[in-house]
Design a protein around this ligand. Structure first.
Ligand code: ASP
Length: 351
């Protein structure tokens, strides 16, 4: 079909995951289909008067195999095609989608176009799939513009089951239901019902005087350490002495509290003294760390642990990888972990 020159244009990047699968009628097993056949499975796409092109990972991957090198590949694809499309839709397995969305929010600095990640709990080739709805609405959002021609959502987002969420605020919360993602600490950027209602005051805007700046380098010498009652000194010692370790995401209790055992505070203090960055985030799904609220949190602060505020674990891990990838000093990383780079944290003074 011939499209007018000014018709909306969207690049679909298919990385893999359930959405792009179809049930083999003979074996019943889920298999990936060639994305060139997308129109066969989603004929509704023809009804958009959009120019839709696609790029397919070859082979498509289950998102459990997602890696920083694939994030760099996605950034490269977006950067390469940046001037040719109004927006980008990334089809991705749900399992690690929140990590990819968080990583991309830092790697695509000063993004001025929509990058919408979506997927499905049921393959697009099955009758009750949620994939079609997610895909079609994501395309519409990726192409949506204000009357002056600027995109409505120039952010990395996840669209799932009628909600558009800031990507670096999301977490996968359900392995079964269609509403698999939640953004506990930041409201939805849009809700899709009969109309797509955007909460425009919540959407970040780029600096129009600067171009989008792609970043490719990540350093994954990071570990997540979850505290629990009875945690052993020898185990904490081993984790903090892993060769090459540069940063720790410490998942503490409630509003950022840890056991007051002297050995724990000592170990953390020694680790920060050796240059390891330790970020305090809560194990609770919702809410923020307030390290000055209880004595137990204050002790962590005195040991050199930095507040991760209301960051999700996915965001804390990928932000650390991103900052470490820039070869910054411990002080610079601590400072930037304390600053909001892409709408990922709400600082206490903003509450
Ligand atoms: N294991 C799949 C993946 O994350 C699940 C999904 O797509 O929802 O790739």
């Amino acid at each position: 079909m011939l499209m007018p020159d000014n018709c909306p244009s969207v690049l679909l990047i298919y990385t893999g995951g359930t959405i792009g699968m179809i049930e083999n009628p003979d074996t019943g097993a889920l298999e990936t289909f060639n994305f060139d056949q997308l129109l066969k499975h989603v004929p509704e796409l023809k009804r958009f008067n959009y120019r839709i092109s696609s790029y397919q990972f070859n082979p498509p991957i289950d998102s459990s195999d997602m890696e920083p090198s694939y994030w760099a590949k996605i950034v490269k694809i977006i950067h390469y095609n940046y001037d040719y499309f109004d927006g980008f839709v990334i089809l991705h397995g749900t399992d690690t989608m929140a990590y990819t969305a968080s990583a991309l929010s830092f790697m695509l600095e000063n993004l001025s176009k929509p990058v919408i990640l979506t997927g499905a709990q049921l393959p697009i080739g099955t009758l009750r799939t949620d994939g079609k709805e997610n895909l079609i609405t994501s395309i519409e959002i990726a192409a949506a513009k204000h009357p002056d021609g600027t995109p409505i959502v120039p952010e990395v987002c996840i669209f799932f089951e009628n909600e558009l969420m800031r990507g670096n605020r999301t977490t996968k919360i359900n392995a079964e239901n269609f509403n698999a993602f939640r953004s506990f600490n930041y409201p939805a950027l849009a809700k899709a019902g009969i109309h797509i209602r955007y909460n425009e005051h919540l959407i970040r805007q780029p600096d129009p005087t600067r171009p989008m700046k792609p970043h490719y380098l990540l350093d994954s010498n990071v570990v997540v350490l979850t505290l629990f009652p009875g945690i052993q000194e020898s185990i904490v010692h081993s984790v903090l002495h892993v060769p090459g370790l540069k940063a720790v995401v410490l998942k503490t209790f409630g509003s950022g509290n840890a056991p007051q055992k002297p050995w724990l505070i000592q170990q953390l203090k020694e680790a920060t003294g050796r240059g390891i960055v330790i970020i305090n985030i809560t194990q609770c799904q919702s809410g923020a760390v307030e390290m000055k609220r209880y004595e137990t949190g204050l002790q962590l602060l005195q040991a050199g642990v930095v507040s991760g505020y209301d960051s999700t674990p996915e965001c804390a891990v990928t932000k650390l990888m991103f900052l470490l990838g820039h070869g910054l000093s411990q002080d610079e990383i601590r400072h930037r972990m304390n600053s909001c780079l892409a709408g990922e944290i709400t600082k206490e003074d903003e509450l």
